[in-house]
Ligand binder design. Structure first.
Ligand code: NAD
Length: 541
């Protein structure tokens, strides 16, 4: 046993490579994009370190060119989910007892593999499978994934360091045990880094997981799983089982050994999991830890003192990068009448200037939305606005799914501050604007706070610092990540811990101690040195 007390300092964030034409990283990436475009990968389940094939296959198609299949994956049935639970429980015995520095070294090695050899592989899979452009993929699948891995090692050290005081004649200590059972990690399609973190955060703290990846992100997630194994992750610590959500979810949720859920995805799915857990409560060994980051209806609130160009550029990036498929994407905007004329023109010109298409063409700022279901849902919101007397489409509105699932960046102006597109999460490239009278700033701030059930991200723009402070105060619970003079997207691990409350989730702030602390089950140990000589207290004698 090595008794060293090791200290992992918090890291520097992974530098974002720029991928200029002809740069070494661009050449490597282009080659890998070509290779992956020509290949159909067969993806097995990975249970207890072994590949398992069920023959029940799903397909991964490029969203921007849906005639192209790039992977086929085996789907888990109930029997495989039960195998995975057994494998996770078996692996837990050794993993949870292991010196934490060894667990840390595996996370750090995974980070270095992603930073080097696997960088083009993970990027190409995310670009082709989830339709992200180079920059969007680099900041997510590579940089954020690495930051989560490295920071969580540092944060784990801080948690283990937290020890109670000892008093006269006693020694106290805190043991940070892993949860008793397995953790179900359910990941969304939109961030490869989140998929990594939903597993690796609990794993860092000694837990083992069942990983249910989103069906449209199985390819990049499979490469992540390969990285983890190459980094030395023992068999069964993460069990990778793509398949139908309800089959995997229900089987895991009905197990007495469910110790926690680490979820990112929609509000509806998380509510369904929570409801089933609550009806199952009496069967669990422990109360399962429920950590879920869900949807958003993120706002930009413009003060009459704001700089118009700053607002427009940030609104375009905040609303339309990755086709608006970020939980943090700006999707409703409040603009004072005094600025609207000029701002409308500027926003519409920028939106119409955006190029959209294949991820391999670096000139494209936007690509396709993830699949046909998402396309149809987003289009239904655009059609709703088109047919409403309370709204006007002032930019975009065109939708075409003939070759890929393309939706032009769309800006809707509404006269109703509680219009459906101001309230509901659309999860696509649609920004709805409500123009308020300058004299009604206070009422409009109240509207912004109460219009949607979510509380994830929000931004205010103002050159008047006192007004910005007032808006920040007034919108205190409207967003868990609040921005002043910046877009509401793009949180960076270690710099802006991420998460929101209300209907946006449990706000356990991914990428920080706050999150990691949910994955431990602390035991307080008190040792007394010398026992009393008498059961009676001195005052009694
Ligand atoms: P989704 O809810 O459709 O799916 C999320 C995951 O849940 C997928 O893996 C899906 O297969 C799985 N799932 C579905 N039903 C299940 C069940 N019964 N049991 C177990 N698993 C089940 O979400 P999505 O479309 O992948 O992602 C988009 C959503 O995620 C948006 O609402 C977005 O706001 C949210 N999101 C939130 C954050 C955040 O940090 N708050 C980050 C990214 C995405």
């Amino acid at each position: 046993m090595n008794n060293a007390i090791y200290n992992f300092p918090l890291p520097q964030n992974e530098p974002i490579l720029v991928y200029l034409q002809g740069s070494p990283e661009r050449l490597l990436l282009d080659k890998e994009l070509e290779r992956q475009s020509q290949t159909v990968v067969e993806i097995p389940l990975i249970i207890g370190g072994r590949e398992v094939r069920t023959g029940n296959l799903g397909e991964i198609r490029m969203p921007h060119d849906h005639s192209k299949v790039i992977a086929k994956y085996h789907k888990a049935g109930k029997a495989q989910v039960e195998m995975a639970i057994s494998a996770a429980l078996e692996a837990r015995k050794t993993w949870s007892d292991m010196t934490w520095t060894i667990r840390a070294s595996i996370l750090l090695k995974a980070a270095h593999l992603i930073s080097s050899r696997y960088r083009p592989v993970i990027n190409a899979a995310t670009m082709l499978g989830q339709s992200k452009n180079i920059y969007q993929s680099e900041i997510d699948a590579v940089c954020e994934a690495i930051d989560f891995l490295k920071y969580n090692v540092g944060f784990a050290g801080r948690i283990y360091e937290m020890q109670p005081k000892s008093a006269y004649n006693q020694l106290n200590r805190m043991e940070y045990r892993a949860l008793e059972g397995f953790v179900l990690a359910v990941s969304p399609f939109n961030f490869t880094s989140i998929a990594s973190n939903l597993n690796m955060a609990p794993v860092m703290m000694g837990n083992t997981t069942i990983w249910k990846p989103a069906s449209t992100a199985v390819l990049s997630n499979y490469y992540l799983m390969k990285v983890f194994m190459e980094a030395g992750l023992p068999a069964g610590v993460i069990n990778f089982i793509p398949g139908q959500g309800s089959v995997i979810g229900n089987t895991c949720l009905d197990s007495k050994d469910l110790a926690g859920i680490h979820f990112t995805g929609s509000n509806g799915t998380f509510n369904g999991l929570w409801t089933r857990i609550s009806t199952n409560l009496s069967r669990y060994k422990s109360y399962p830890r429920l950590v879920g980051e869900t949807g958003g209806k993120d706002f930009i609130f413009v003060h009459p003192s704001a700089n118009i160009q700053d607002v427009c550029i940030n609104a375009i990036r905040g609303a339309f990068e990755y086709q608006g498929q970020k939980c943090s994407a700006a999707s409703r905007m409040y603009v004072p009448g005094s600025l609207w004329g000029e701002m409308k023109q500027c926003l519409c010109e920028l939106a119409e200037d955006i190029k959209m298409g294949d991820v391999k063409d670096a000139g494209n700022f936007m690509n396709a939305v993830i699949d046909e279901k998402a396309f149809d849902t987003i289009k239904s919101y655009i059609d709703y606005a088109r047919n409403s007397p309370e709204a006007e489409i002032i930019a975009g509105g065109q939708c075409d799914k003939s070759a890929g699932y393309f939706i032009r960046p769309t800006i809707v102006e509404t006269t109703n501050p509680r219009f459906k597109l101001m309230e509901e999460e659309i999860f696509g490239p649609v920004l709805c604007v409500y123009v308020y009278e300058d004299s009604k700033l206070e009422e409009t701030l109240d509207l912004c706070d109460t219009t949607s059930p979510y509380g994830l991200t929000g931004a205010v723009f103002s050159t008047d610092r006192i007004a910005a402070a007032h808006m920040c105060e007034k919108l205190r619970y409207a967003a868990g990540n609040f921005y002043i003079n910046d877009k509401p997207t793009g949180a960076i691990v270690g710099l802006q811990p991420f998460g929101g409350s209300r209907a946006s989730g449990t706000n356990d702030k991914a990428g920080g101690e706050y999150n990691l602390i949910r994955w431990v089950n602390p035991r307080t140990i008190k040792e007394t040195f010398v026992s009393p000589d008498d059961y009676r207290y001195p005052y009694m004698m």
